[in-house]
Design a protein around this ligand. Structure first.
Ligand code: TYM
Length: 337
């Protein structure tokens, strides 16, 4: 099969906060697994980070950390075009073209918009909801269409945005005779939604203020081990798989993902053990995983600028070609070309 026949994989991570084990298990792990079979585009979604107020220095730090962590987790720049979203100006233009084909109703029904905007609204009132929050999904739709991607490895919380992309691909194709592919989300069987360690009914999130709720990929491994030992469980004392036992289920899930086992295999393995033993085993897996990636992270940090430049050059060509197709379809034939 020549490279041109390969299907296209694309995904991104927003440069807000510090990457967590949930980002690895829910998304990065699959990106790494898929990169041998596809033509791949992976980026640091730094434009998405602007949807909520930012500190410029912190953003700059986050985006570089994420680039190096992608590399440390196994994204190989010989197989994958890895880049910063803001290096490709076509993302902004594409967002506008997509945005003008949506309605406020459609965007305000997005679950993530409802969640995030309701927090701002409760604290400060409706008038203070950032416009970027509403437009965030169209930026993401544009990201996917710019590379005409087939498959999008993400956690379950991004599924609705990929569904919106599917709708928009069909809508644009019908209206403007483009031929965008209709992408599929690729969601892991184990670990599509890793939960908070302190409140296991809530998802683990890089924007959680409580540092004990999340394992960060750059956490000191001993500290991470302790967070697992303190993870909230329940008082029953028996290990089995049940939605009524979210803390235990979460630990079994983390263990399964890091050891490549099914949830059933893991729950059998721990059926006769106590909670302390389960936590120790999960803690050890997490610790050795962090030690391994952190050793590679330091080296990866040294090559960001040169690698990001190569990635941007490759990505820009593809993005430009696909943007032009839509512009042409919409009647925007620029005289300068
Ligand atoms: P973001 O940065 O919130 O999350 C990055 C990836 O991690 C997954 N994830 C989780 N998986 C399992 N359990 C969790 N608790 C958990 N939390 C996060 C997310 O599902 C995601 O796959 N809008 C995207 C970034 C983006 C993007 C794109 C993704 C921008 N453009 C185009 C795919 C395609 C986001 O904010 O993900």
């Amino acid at each position: 099969m020549s490279i041109n026949d390969k299907k296209i994989m694309l995904s991104g991570i927003t440069a807000t906060g510090k990457l967590t084990l949930a980002n690895y298990i829910g998304a990065i792990r699959n990106m790494v697994k898929l990169q041998d079979q596809y033509e791949n585009y992976i980026f640091i979604a730094d434009l998405h980070a602007l949807t909520l107020p930012i500190d410029p220095q912190e953003l700059e730090q986050n985006r570089r950390n994420i680039f190096a962590l992608f590399r440390a987790c196994g994204i190989d720049t010989n197989k994958t075009t890895l880049f910063f979203q803001s290096d490709i100006l076509e993302h902004g233009m594409m967002n506008w073209l997509v945005l003008t084909n949506t309605t406020i109703g459609e965007l305000s029904r997005m679950t993530q918009f409802k969640d995030k905007s309701s927090k701002v609204k409760t604290a400060n009132g409706m008038e203070t909801i950032p416009t970027g929050l509403l437009m965030y999904p169209t930026l993401m739709v544009g990201d996917i269409l710019l590379y005409n991607a087939d498959i999008i490895p993400v956690g379950i919380d991004q599924k609705q945005h990929v569904e919106l992309t599917r709708n928009l691909a069909i809508r644009l194709n019908n209206k403007y005779k483009t031929n965008f592919k209709v992408p599929e989300p690729y969601i892991p069987e184990v670990g599509a939604k890793i939960m908070s360690l302190t409140e296991p009914t809530k998802k683990m999130s890089k924007s959680d203020k409580n540092e004990k709720s999340s394992i960060y990929l750059l956490d000191d491994p001993e500290k991470a081990y302790k967070k697992i030992m303190k993870a909230v469980t329940d008082s029953e004392g028996k290990i089995y798989l049940s939605d009524e036992k979210p803390g235990i289920k979460n630990l079994l899930t983390i263990y399964s993902a890091l050891t490549d086992k099914t949830l059933e295999q893991t729950s059998e393995l721990f059926a006769d053990k106590n909670y302390g033993e389960l936590k120790q085993a999960v803690g050890e897996e997490v610790k050795s995983f962090l030690i391994d990636i952190q050793a590679k992270y330091a080296e990866a940090m040294k090559h960001i600028d040169e690698e990001a430049k190569i990635g941007a050059e490759k990505a820009r060509k593809v993005a430009h070609k696909n943007l032009e197709k839509l512009m042409k379809g919409m009647g925007l034939n620029n005289a300068s070309k």
